[in-house]
Design a protein around this ligand. Structure first.
Ligand code: SF4
Length: 341
């Protein structure tokens, strides 16, 4: 059964209409800024929010993607070689069953003092496919007593009413549900160029429908996409802020082997951002984002060297975060500085 239609619409901003527990706590974010942070950093926010340490355990549940399996297209997005399966931590791997992936990682992280966990269904589109099977996977992940919620990596056109009904039910049972939404950009021309196979309207509906049901949304954004100018990227920041998206992961575009983007790169039709350009763009983007959007990441994990064509400058997340914070300090601004101005 395929569930790639969007049949649940919400045209209202009346979010969180039955329960206020699953919203970003603005008082905590304000506290973060008052301590001198320039960015509403996820790690800092979570430390203040929860009395225990949490961790997201990435798992591969063998899902596919409608943009690769022929439902929408077979080519996929021009930057995606293996539905995300090329940049994964060791135990997020189809060599292992879901049970093995969860239990091995739970054990590993509990030894390190982490107490509560989210299971992050990561590669491919994890809300696409047979609903009963998906529910079985999610029920299984949530059956572990130290698992407090799920993160589901997916596309904006794969969050239909049936999927959201199941997820909303978990929320009502006290679980925290996050949708890790592949947005990339809010510019339709760029989405078409990337062969994403969905629309900006799908993204808007996905965010609104999730928020209406108290499901958190973390949008994944790529800076430096082909043909995108500075204004396109900043428009994406403003639009997502207006939609009150809960969190963002921001990445530079990577050229990976065996992708259409790699062909464009070798033909000289696409160039990646250097580190300085990326730092500047992330700062510009954050200044125009909502101050209350939690920033989960500004860089991917290091991809295996043999598959990354460009850029080669991945310096690690913490050093990059420091550079970005220092740049904002130098500018005398912070996240949200130009939002609503
Ligand atoms: S939607 Fe995601 S998994 Fe599917 S082709 Fe695009 S990037 Fe890859």
């Amino acid at each position: 059964m395929n569930n790639n239609s969007n049949n649940s619409n919400c045209n209202s901003n009346n979010y969180n209409n039955y329960n206020n527990s699953n919203i970003i706590k603005k008082n905590i974010v304000n506290e973060i800024y008052s301590e001198g942070y320039k960015i509403a950093q996820y790690g800092v926010y979570m430390k203040k929010l929860k009395p225990y340490k949490t961790f997201k355990i990435p798992v591969d549940a063998r899902c596919t993607c409608p943009n690769k399996d022929g439902n929408i297209d077979t080519k996929g997005c021009i930057f995606c070689p293996k539905m995300g399966r090329d940049i994964v931590p060791p135990y997020c791997n189809l060599k292992y069953s879901l049970k093995e992936q969860i239990e091995t990682q739970l054990k590993h992280h509990k030894i390190k003092g982490l107490k509560k966990f989210y299971i992050y269904f990561y590669p491919a589109t994890n809300t696409y496919g047979d609903l009963d099977k998906l529910k079985e996977l999610w029920d299984f992940a949530l059956s572990y007593k130290d698992v407090i919620g799920l993160s589901l990596g997916t596309r904006p056109d794969c969050l239909n009413g049936g999927v959201l009904d199941i997820l909303e039910e978990y929320v009502k049972q006290g679980k925290e549900i996050w949708i890790d939404l592949g947005i990339q950009t809010m510019n339709q021309k760029t989405l078409d160029y990337l062969n994403r196979g969905h629309t900006v309207e799908d993204t808007e509906n996905a965010i609104k429908n999730c928020k209406k049901r108290n499901i958190f949304v973390c949008g994944h954004i790529i800076l430096g996409l082909p043909n995108e100018g500075w204004k396109n990227m900043m428009d994406t920041a403003y639009i997502l802020g207006d939609l009150e998206i809960d969190a963002l992961k921001i990445y530079p575009l990577l050229v990976l082997k065996n992708t259409e983007l790699e062909q464009l790169y070798w033909k000289g039709k696409y160039r990646t951002l250097d580190k300085q350009q990326y730092v500047k763009l992330v700062c510009d983007f954050l200044e125009r984002s909502s101050p209350y959007t939690i920033i989960q990441r500004i860089l991917k994990d290091r991809a295996p060297k043999n598959i990354v064509i460009s850029p080669k400058w991945n310096i690690g997340r913490l050093p990059l975060l420091n550079e970005i914070s220092n740049e904002l300090k130098k500018r005398g601004t912070k996240q949200g500085f130009y939002f609503n101005k």
